[in-house]
Design a protein around this ligand. Structure first.
Ligand code: ATP
Ligand code: MG
Length: 581
């Protein structure tokens, strides 16, 4: 491609809302353009990199027996009503009506659509397993679209669905996909880690997230340096404090004026925060339009701990959007709680969820449900009871590893993909059955496997850049090599650049020829910004048959005879493309 003909509009001014390097650089390099909040378009260079990622994914999916299809983004509401997700999905779903008032959504994911195809067309065990996938635009009206491609409202996803005869089959499919994902992200040049992920109310080790490790990631990972344990903080099990066998002391209510926080009450009473119980109050919304199905929840954990919302949501078996913090003053009449002095004793008309370590701890301090009072020597069983006892703790650095006990460490990452054992959730609700060898009807067992294609593009930039711009790995670079022609008016330079361009192109290398009438400084800046992995500069030394050879990732350049530079460039590209294979 000759840059004099290429549509490329780099930016000098970056919108203030772009906060992280990938967002800033993709905009500056003119690779993406924002239309409205959370909605982006891909310009020629950005689109090429996006296609490269898609092709890597395609190759790896196909290698595992995946078959590509393309379903519609617009989906009829009926399917979602069948699975029960039309309401459960909540405000993240873009909904619309046609001229006849029929309801649709713009697919945020496609379990329903794929299940619908398979249930109506697959009948026999002989056809299973089936792996179908698509690379398609998804729509989610995210509460907080941000970071450009990282969390957008329209984005590109690869989603594959596996249909198996039984759980054994699903297990095979799952690890096949796990392996494919490992290959995909290696080939994209990402430094990533597969970690155990939250699996909703089902629980168990039935899901992994693939996280590109980086400071700006939205996912937090807990991992162990002594064993294999790695999980998102949402998912990570926590170890309970050791149960105590101290005698239960008599309950005592004490005056603790103005001590509304754990910090304040522990200071006032001179006790450690680990000897206190923290209360967190929530309102849960039940069925839409039926306020009588709404209810309150009081959650209790040790005073020094943080609550893990995902664990609470799973314990309640509710959708994520159906819960919010409740105003204690509003709920006090209904439940008996008192703002700042809420404890587990004597609460009524609310669901009481207690962290699993509290019952084992003796003589704790909790709010007395009286203004300006706390209770001392509060003990589970004698003084309060729970509707649900479960692990509600958010893991912290230094906490014991749930697998081996060594102190855990934390890292941040970008979730670029997830593999998930669905089991029979959709095949049961949507009646996806097959006939086995004995002509008996059996329910299919499903898995789903997503890759955020556009998010992966952003993650690659997030991990591969410097202050001058992007540094693409060869495998996803929009072009492999850029030939910077310093003076297009100089005949020798122009001829040398042209010859190099033809030779490299002929060898299968994707080449940009910067033949623009721009100052050399501008050309070098642009080459760095758009991040082409290798630059060959044809300047004054072309008279002696010498050019400058410089990988984008290296500080130094080399002077080489044209022929040698050409050979070296071909080898450089081939090596880069083999990465991760
Ligand atoms: P997140 O927790 O980040 O919201 P998710 O669990 O909702 O992700 P999935 O439903 O598993 O995501 O979607 C599959 C993949 O699609 C994710 O692993 C992620 O890479 C990508 N993805 C999800 N939401 C977005 C988004 N708003 N913008 C870009 N990519 C996204
Ligand atoms: Mg999400």
């Amino acid at each position: 491609m000759r840059m004099s003909k290429m549509y490329m509009k780099t930016l000098r001014q970056v919108p203030a809302e772009a906060e992280i390097p990938s967002h800033i650089l993709l905009l500056r390099a003119g690779m993406i353009r924002k239309l409205v909040s959370g909605v982006y378009g891909f310009m020629p260079l950005g689109n090429r990199s996006l296609m490269k990622i898609q092709n890597i994914i395609r190759e790896e999916m196909d290698a595992k027996g995946g078959q590509e299809i393309l379903m519609s983004a617009i989906c009829p509401a009926e399917l979602w009503k069948e699975s029960g997700r039309w309401y459960a999905y909540g405000p993240e779903m873009f909904r619309l009506k046609d001229r006849n008032e029929r309801e649709f959504c713009l697919g945020p994911t496609h379990e329903e659509v794929f299940t619908d195809i398979i249930r109506s067309e697959v009948d026999s065990y002989r056809e299973l397993p089936i792996y179908l996938y698509q690379i398609q635009t998804k729509y989610r009206d995210e509460a907080r679209p941000r970071f450009g491609l990282m969390r957008s409202r329209e984005f590109i996803m690869k989603d594959l669905y596996s249909f198996d005869r039984d759980y054994e089959g699903l297990d095979k499919s799952y690890w096949l996909m796990y392996d494919a994902y490992t290959r995909v992200f290696n080939r994209c040049g990402l430094n990533f880690r597969a970690v155990e992920a939250d699996n909703g109310a089902i629980g168990g080790s039935n899901s992994h997230e693939f996280c590109a490790l980086c400071e700006n990631g939205e996912s937090e990972i807990a991992y162990c340096t002594q064993c294999e344990m790695a999980a998102t903080t949402e998912r990570a099990d926590c170890v309970d404090a050791k149960p105590e066998d101290a005698a239960e002391l008599p309950l005592e209510v004490v005056h603790t004026p103005g001590t509304k926080t754990i910090e304040e009450v522990s200071q006032f009473l001179g006790i450690d925060k680990t000897r206190t119980i923290k209360a967190l109050m929530f309102k849960v919304y039940g069925e839409e339009g039926k306020p009588e199905t709404d209810y309150y929840v009081a959650a209790f954990i040790r005073g020094d701990r943080e609550l893990n919302m995902t664990k609470l949501i799973n314990a309640l078996n509710i959708p994520e959007y159906a819960i919010e913090f409740a105003d204690e003053n509003v709920m006090s009449e209904a439940t008996g709680c008192v703002g700042g002095f809420t404890g587990p004793m004597g609460l009524h008309d609310c669901k009481i969820v207690v962290d699993s370590e509290l019952p084992g701890l003796k003589n704790l301090c909790a709010g007395a449900n009286q203004a300006d009072h706390h209770a001392l020597n509060v003990n589970y069983g004698r003084d309060y009871k729970a509707d649900i006892i479960t692990d509600l703790k958010l893991i912290r650095p230094g906490d014991p590893c749930p697998a081996c006990g060594a102190p855990v460490q934390m890292a941040r990452g970008i979730e670029v993909g997830q593999v998930f054992k669905l089991g029979t959730k959709y095949s049961e609700s949507m009646h996806a059955y097959y006939k086995d060898e004995n002509m008996q009807e059996q329910v299919m067992v499903m898995g789903c496997y997503g890759i955020g294609v556009s998010r992966t593009l952003a993650a690659v930039v997030e991990q591969n850049h410097d202050e001058n711009g992007i540094i693409w790995p060869v495998s996803v670079a929009p072009y492999h090599v850029i030939i910077t022609l310093v003076n297009p008016a100089d005949e020798t330079q122009a001829a040398t650049a042209e010859e190099l361009y033809q030779k490299l192109t002929g060898a299968g290398v994707e080449v940009l020829l910067d033949d623009r009438n721009e100052r050399p400084g501008v050309k070098f800046k642009d080459a760095d910004l758009i991040g082409i992995p290798l630059r060959i500069t044809v300047g004054r030394k072309a008279d002696e048959g010498v050019v400058e050879y410089k990988p984008r990732a290296e500080a130094e350049n080399q002077l080489l005879p044209v022929g040698e530079a050409c050979e070296k460039a071909v080898a450089f590209v081939q090596d880069g493309l083999r990465m991760g294979l």
